[in-house]
Design a binder for this molecule. Structure first.
Ligand code: SF4
Ligand code: MSK
Length: 643
């Protein structure tokens, strides 16, 4: 059994892991160790169970079979497996987007729904983009029309997705020429599943092409719809101060955790926790009040719009229950470990599922419906409040660790942030890059994975990048990991950033690592890149920008979808652990080299976050040189480990 320090670099997490080891409670890390050795064929991507003649596997050493029973070779098998992961990830993001569009429709049609249009200005911009009449139109009429337009894009059979036209013109042209321009979101995913079923496509390049098209339907479609309509409904984020880590839970309060991804329910739970009757009931039961905290991307959504504290990331979900102080954990969809059902039984925590898509045997299901949102949210909070009475004070152990952070930077807010209220513009950002104060911009995103000490990949990479004058933008669990390490505070720039980045951060008062949201909000990074191109001076396409992406600790199928829409948008991207392609030499070569010829960017796989940071830096330097920018920073910095 590995020591807590080898499992997480976060000391609050280490305390809970230690507690679990003493109490002989298995966590994800233990289950990972029990799983060793993991299936080598699966890791290499060369096991196929797409049809019932199989399962088949290809011998990676060349001695055994090189084809499945149908004759599919390693490249076909691995490509099919990979893009099926991508399809599931794109479906998850996009289905989230669909649910938000349906909520917007509910808000527009049902005045009693409890939902409001909090950003009518953004609604107007989107309405105009879709050609919806805005003059003299009421906000609810515009909202109804936008909801209908976006919903129609899921089942759209032909034509192009509206938001994909936000990409720079050369990128749109390239997508059209390469057959990558996304059509209806559902169509792209269904076509990908068809194309990869037994006896259809055997050309790994053609499989990957449709994979990228489906990924683009996510990034510039489903995810972007989720982000934009959430801003319309719940308000566009602006920088806001908040706190993170397990110390946000309080021993003398009712603690309710919301975990998952969609803010449609959790926004209503925020309202319900402020309900005077429920607060009074909590006090009657001896609590000082009600604490609401988030986990995973639900946390990002509530953090950046409401300043609701975050109780952590993907691998913190079990650790939060281990505190013995969580009275209710409310989950919706995605990244919810089935193990929570068993773990919560060992404590007093009441686990509640709320989505018809996510149920667990033996777990109470309180189904959420948009048309009774507030009432259901009140019921949920009431369950947590009443359960406070069942808490065993002797078993409560909350690590005394919390960290301040600033969250909520959007692509739109960058206009004001950098340009000021009187001259909102991306010009200062582009100028800072062109002048060499900033070397470039890196997007570091994605999950956690027990294969890597929790947080080590994200935090080490971010620190190395900012030390080298790279502005870092973060989403998802990566953002919350950096937050725990204090990187989302302006003070971090003074302590850790290179001179150029420090100068920019000091002038504006911003952190060197910018929280831009949840997993669907990677679409904000795409928009920011498109805005940088539109501002001028950094090339004509996203692929010319000195930018790079990384997912150092990825695990989810959604990370595969994100990776492919980012690369297909022209951004070089590093995954910390390899995609499952190493057993398929030609596919592997396509992924790490060949995509460059098709979309102007490709992947690399690198487990060492410092090495990976320097691969990103070298890439930015190459792009700077191609743009004819100064070479003042080239190879100025040695890896931190070597300096
Ligand atoms: Fe085997 Fe081909 Fe069936 Fe896959 S599709 S399980 S390789 S026979
Ligand atoms: S929550 S997808 S573990 S980032 Fe979006 Fe975190 Fe990855 Fe889930």
């Amino acid at each position: 059994m590995t020591a807590p320090e080898e499992r997480s670099i976060d000391s609050a997490a280490q305390q809970m892991i230690d507690r679990a080891q003493q109490d002989e409670i298995g966590l994800a890390w233990d289950r990972y160790e029990e799983m060793q050795p993991q299936c080598g064929f699966g890791q290499l991507g060369i096991c196929c169970r797409i049809c019932h003649m199989g399962p088949c596997r290809v011998d990676p050493f060349g001695d055994g079979p090189q084809e499945g029973i149908c004759g599919a070779d390693a490249n076909t098998i691995a490509a099919r497996n990979l893009v099926r992961m991508l399809a599931a990830g794109a479906a998850a993001h996009s289905d989230h987007g669909r649910d938000v569009a349906l909520t917007l429709l509910e808000a527009a049609r049902n005045p009693d729904s409890g939902y409001q249009i909090r950003d009518p200005q953004k609604l107007r911009v989107i309405a105009e983009e879709y050609g919806v009449a805005t003059d003299g139109q009421s906000v609810t009429k515009m909202a109804e029309a936008v909801a209908e337009k976006t919903l129609a894009e899921f089942g759209q059979q032909e034509g192009e997705l509206q938001f994909a036209l936000r990409a720079p013109a050369p990128r749109v042209k390239l997508w059209r020429e390469q057959g990558l321009m996304p059509r209806g979101i559902d169509r792209e995913v269904v076509e990908l599943m068809h194309q990869t079923t037994m006896g259809v496509d055997a050309d790994y390049r053609n499989i990957m092409r449709q994979g990228m098209r489906a990924a683009l339907a996510d990034g510039w479609g489903g995810s972007m719809i989720a982000t934009d309509l959430q801003d319309v409904l719940f308000g566009s984020p602006e920088p806001i101060r908040a706190k993170t880590n397990l110390g946000v839970l309080k021993e003398d309060h009712v603690n309710i955790l919301v975990h998952g991804h969609e803010p449609t329910l959790s926004e209503m739970i925020v309202e319900a926790t402020r309900d005077p009757e429920l607060v009074a009931r909590a006090k009657e039961l001896g609590a000082a009040g009600i604490i609401l905290a988030g986990q995973c991307c639900t946390s990002n959504e509530l953090l950046m719009r409401k300043g609701i504290p975050s109780a952590g990331t993907f691998l913190h979900q079990e650790l939060a229950i281990m505190t013995g102080a969580v009275d209710a954990m409310v989950v919706d969809v995605q990244c919810i470990m089935p193990q929570l059902a068993h773990l919560s039984e060992r404590f007093h925590t009441k686990l509640l599922t709320t989505s018809p898509k996510t149920k667990m045997p033996g777990v109470e299901h309180l189904e959420f419906h948009e048309d009774q949102a507030l009432e259901i949210a009140r019921q949920i909070v009431s369950v947590g409040v009443e359960n406070f009475a069942n808490r065993d004070g002797q078993r409560v152990q909350i690590p005394d660790e919390e960290m301040d952070l600033v969250a909520g930077f959007t692509a739109e807010y960058v206009y004001t942030l950098l340009g000021g209220r009187f001259r909102p513009s991306y010009r200062p950002l582009n100028d800072a890059i062109m002048a060499g104060r900033l070397r470039g911009v890196a997007g570091v995103v994605g999950c956690e994975n027990p294969q890597i000490p929790q947080g080590y990949g994200h935090i080490t990479m971010a620190k190395e990048l900012i030390r080298n004058d790279v502005l870092v933008v973060v989403t998802g669990c990566s953002a919350l990991a950096d937050a725990r390490a204090g990187l989302l505070q302006p003070e971090a720039a003074l302590e850790m950033a290179g001179d150029g980045l420090k100068e920019v951060c000091e002038a504006i008062g911003m952190p060197p690592v910018l929280h831009v949201g949840s997993c669907v909000d990677n679409s904000r990074i795409l928009i920011a890149c498109a805005e940088m191109v539109a501002e001028g001076g950094l090339g004509e396409d996203i692929s010319e920008l000195p930018v790079a992406g990384a997912a150092p600790e990825w695990m989810s199928e959604k990370a595969v979808a994100i990776g492919y829409y980012v690369v297909a948008s022209g951004i070089y991207t590093i995954f910390g652990t390899p995609q499952n392609v190493l057993g398929a030499p030609e596919l592997h070569k396509l992924v790490v080299e060949g995509l460059e010829d098709i979309v102007g960017a490709s992947f690399d796989f690198e487990a060492d976050p410092i090495k990976a940071a320097h691969m990103m830096i070298r890439h930015m330097d190459k792009k700077r040189a191609a743009l004819g920018l100064d070479e003042m920073m080239y190879e100025q910095a040695l890896p931190a480990a070597a300096s």
